[in-house]
Design a protein around this ligand. Sequence first.
Ligand SMILES: [Zn+2]
Length: 69
Amino acid sequence: MNEEDKNKIKAYSKQTPLYLSRRKFDSEGLLTEVKCPGCKSFKSVKDYAKNKVQIDGIEIKCKLCKAKK
Ligand SMILES: [Zn+2]
């Protein structure tokens, strides 16, 4: 994740408390885990496929939930 992406996420987080509640960050502010609305649990960003349309650059649902559909 580059600097520009980090700033984008920080700006977005301020506007959207829900966004933060669905995410976990490490001490450096890097996104580490995202809550999947499908299985309702926190998963590593590695468990999500990439999607440039989304704010994080990853899919909303994890790979497993995407595959079920
Ligand atoms: Zn899921």
